[in-house]
Design a binder for this molecule. Structure first.
Ligand code: PMP
Length: 285
């Protein structure tokens, strides 16, 4: 049976509900994380916790519990489910309060968590790359916060789905590509990996951080700078990263073919080895 976590209780998923007045539903007043686990070992837990803490502090949301208790609660939830390779979803909202815009003064933040099977892209997608389309950058200015307010992201992703593409890349009015609707994006030119630097313009992906570390350790050159759609279309390679996809090459942007190359392929191998090695580490409890 699938078990979920709602504010202190582990309960069957079908019965895992939240109150109608939760500020997450009224205002998308909350944050989230998605953390992958392989062989029941969490991948990059510490950076996910660090990003969560940052999102909470930025929005003046109280931590529902300290990191050690959260780690234990996550491991308990994973233990209660029969999923070896999964995605843990964690959402913290400003809790249940009568609907009014200002922060309620005496409301406890709410924490819910679910786990599900980690469905990765297919082998064919990893080998051949995937198609992406672009979408106008219509999001707010604090994109470094992992807010549950994802309406622009889902509209963009749906456009991609309607056009049989894997992802939508957001493009600013000046042509700059920021990131995907749920991924960070990269191009390769003359052997150099180019990607937006961390700022308020993008979500600082945990996979991004790991991939850039792996690139550095393996003498793959990185240039953290903005790039445009025009550059992307004439790039030697393009790829994207996220917790659920890992790293995947892009073979088409808005109908224009992008070559497959060795850089994304190399990084895929390095990332796979990295994830497998984490799986062998003893879990911190
Ligand atoms: N950007 C956005 C907008 C995202 O939603 C995600 C996935 N949550 C990412 C980037 C990739 O982040 P991560 O590698 O931490 O999954």
């Amino acid at each position: 049976m699938r078990i979920s976590y709602v504010n202190g209780s582990f309960i069957p998923h079908e019965q895992a509900t939240i109150h109608i007045d939760d500020r997450g539903t009224d205002f998308a007043d909350g944050v989230y994380e998605v953390i992958a686990y392989k062989n029941r070992k969490l991948i990059d837990l510490e950076p996910h916790f660090a990003r969560l803490k940052n999102s909470l502090a930025f929005l003046h949301l109280a931590e529902p519990m300290n990191s050690n208790t959260l780690r234990t609660t996550i491991n308990t939830l994973i233990g209660k489910n029969k999923i070896d390779d999964g995605l843990l979803y964690l959402r913290i909202t400003r809790g249940v309060a009568e609907r009014a815009h200002p922060f309620p003064s005496d409301t406890k933040t709410s924490l819910v968590m679910t786990v599900k099977e980690w469905k990765k892209p297919s082998d064919a997608e990893y080998t051949n790359g995937v198609k992406v389309i672009t979408h106008p950058e219509i999001r707010w200015a604090w994109r470094h916060i992992k807010s549950i307010c994802l309406l622009p992201n889902i509209m963009a992703k749906q456009k991609a789905a309607d056009l049989n593409a894997k992802e939508a890349w957001f493009v600013e009015k000046d042509g700059t590509i920021t990131e995907g609707s749920s991924s960070n994006v990269y191009i390769v030119k003359n052997g150099i990996v180019i990607t937006q630097p961390e700022s308020n313009d993008i979500l600082g992906g945990i996979t991004r951080k790991t991939i850039l570390n792996l690139a550095q350790e393996n003498n793959i050159k990185i240039d953290e700078r903005k790039f445009t759609l025009t550059e992307a279309i004439s790039a030697d390679e393009a790829f994207m990263t996220s917790t659920s996809m890992g790293i995947i090459a892009v073979n088409e942007i808005d109908g224009k073919k992008i070559p497959l190359g060795t850089t994304a392929r190399r990084l895929q191998g390095l990332y796979e080895s990295y994830v497998n090695a984490i799986g062998e580490l003893p879990q911190i409890n």
